[in-house]
Design a protein around this ligand. Structure first.
Ligand code: FRU
Length: 505
């Protein structure tokens, strides 16, 4: 969709009732509305914002442009949940349009302080010459859920040495101090992160640039996030401008992390290892984390990317959020696991367990919104019984996996090559094609042989958790309604497959 500047920078009140009704009507007719993912009622959703556990509930906001599927005037839309599975709609959280956020309430984060939830965000403004002036702003939510914006920014100036690409504050507390990281572009055209500190969330003082070893790694780093797990420092960010390198960096922009020692809050140094992508799928960006009720670290991402046209753009809505995932650290990498409360959504169940060879549909395995767990084990060569201890090797089956949303001419294929230990998601025949210039397959070589695929399928998406979160593939797909088959396959041999599937409402 291509809207004019005037059309994009309108507030919701500026749209007539007729226009909104038309948009809603259009959305209603879309065959790709999700059943259990967070999606916008109309218009465009992007980054998760302000994710926080506050007074016994998880609060979550997302970037929202209500009036079309272009990136226009951004609001924060608000939801809350007791369990991270069942979300209650709370309406608009932050509306833009004041001098400090005249052209959008851009991304930011939330933190509880003195009984209130502080929401720090970037106020996007443009002057008469369309020059951008970003401000870092604050809004505060009280225990009754009322949100009040402060009319003065808490950080007014872009520090010298940086461009107007300066946004997405993520706040945290360390001892008596508050800190925030902000995504920034240096004047030399490289991406970076800067740090501010504050005693009270109101007065912010420049601390300096975060020192990493990635000094020239893309032209802008969006949506930084810093937290600690098991005594290690984890920095998430979204570098823009990386070139693809074999299976890596295949999407238009990347989202990943580095792990190292804790950030040194005096020198702002972060000693870290290599950059890893968070997700190997086609559609994952701008994630945000929070600490959960039990101290666990939870991440939610935007299941979409900027600057890509999606098939629902013509249907009045675009994008959804990923399912919430718990982060764990293992061998210097992050593992992602779907949060346990998702299991409360499980409806009727189908299961299969047995020796599997060839390519076949198993009775009762079909659908468009479900959870599917496939566990693969080798079988004993003598008597063909499953050997729970061992993974399938190339000698037993060369390639195996599962096809989802299969129909007459459609399928989304997850295939594992036991020889190379490479898992591939192929959406070349998934349904309505889009973003094909970025390729139609995504692959990753697993650290361990494939033992488990834990898959969440919704009407227009798939999230695949591999080997208990060692790798995740998150992607939109746009199949026909009728394509609801599930096909298991094992080529050149046999695997022992245990499959369990639950319908989702
Ligand atoms: C990332 C991003 C952020 C910005 C927001 C605007 O997708 O570009 O950097 O704050 O989206 O909607």
């Amino acid at each position: 969709m291509k809207m004019s500047r005037e059309q994009k920078y309108r507030l919701i009140e500026e749209a007539g009732e007729e226009e909104l009704a038309l948009l809603k009507q259009q959305v209603k007719q879309s065959p790709w509305r999700q059943k259990y993912h967070i999606q916008p009622s109309t218009g465009l959703l992007n980054d998760p914002n302000g994710f926080a556990y506050y007074q016994g509930e998880y609060h979550l906001f997302y970037q929202w442009f209500p009036l079309g599927t272009d990136h226009g005037m951004k609001y924060w839309y608000h939801l809350k949940s007791a369990d991270l599975s069942d979300w209650q709609d709370c309406g608009i959280g932050i509306a833009p349009g004041d001098p400090q956020d005249s052209h959008g309430a851009y991304s930011g984060s939330g933190l509880e302080h003195e009984g209130q939830l502080y929401l720090m965000y970037t106020g996007n403004t443009r002057d008469n010459n369309w020059i951008r002036h970003p401000y870092q702003c604050m809004a505060v939510m009280n225990a009754d859920g009322q949100i009040t914006k402060w009319d003065q920014p808490v950080i007014r100036e872009v520090p010298s040495g940086y461009t107007d690409h300066f946004r997405d504050p993520k706040v945290w507390r360390a001892g008596e101090q508050f800190y925030c990281v902000i995504g920034a572009q240096r004047e030399n055209g490289t991406g970076s992160i800067v740090v501010y500190r504050s005693p009270d969330l109101a007065q912010w003082e420049w601390a300096g640039e975060l020192s990493t070893s990635l000094t020239a790694f893309g032209y802008m780093w969006e949506c930084p996030d810093y937290f600690e797990i098991d005594g290690q420092g984890v920095l998430l960010f979204c570098p823009q401008g990386l070139q693809p390198e074999s299976d890596k960096y295949r999407n238009i922009y990347q989202s990943g992390y580095v792990i190292g020692d804790r950030m040194n809050m005096n020198t702002l140094e972060l000693q870290h290892g290599e950059f890893h992508e968070l997700d190997y799928g086609f559609d994952f960006y701008a994630p945000q984390t929070t600490e959960g009720a039990d101290g666990q670290r939870i991440i939610i991402g935007w299941m979409g990317l900027p600057d890509i046209e999606y098939p629902t753009d013509q249907q009045g809505w675009a994008h959804c959020l990923t399912l919430p995932r718990e982060l764990h650290l293992r061998n210097g990498k992050l593992l992602q696991k779907p949060v346990p409360a998702l299991a409360d959504r499980r409806g009727s169940k189908a299961s299969f367990s047995g020796r599997f060879t060839g390519r076949q549909q198993v009775p009762d395995f079909a659908g468009e919104a479900y959870e599917l767990i496939c566990t693969y084990t080798a079988e004993d060569e003598q008597d063909h019984v499953p050997n729970e201890q061992s993974a399938v090797t190339a000698g037993q089956a060369s390639v195996f996996g599962v096809e989802l949303r299969t129909g007459e001419n459609e399928k989304t294929v997850i295939g594992y090559d036991a020889q190379t230990q490479k898992l591939t998601l192929d959406r070349s025949a998934a349904g309505k094609p889009f973003a094909e210039s970025y390729g139609t397959t995504r692959s990753c070589v697993l650290d361990q042989p494939l033992r488990q695929l834990h898959i969440f399928v919704d009407v227009s998406s798939v999230e695949i958790f591999v080997n208990e979160g060692e790798a995740v593939f998150t992607s939109r797909i746009f199949p026909s309604r009728g394509s609801q088959g599930i096909v298991f396959f094992a080529e050149n041999g046999a695997v022992h497959l245990q499959a369990e599937k639950w319908d989702y409402l």
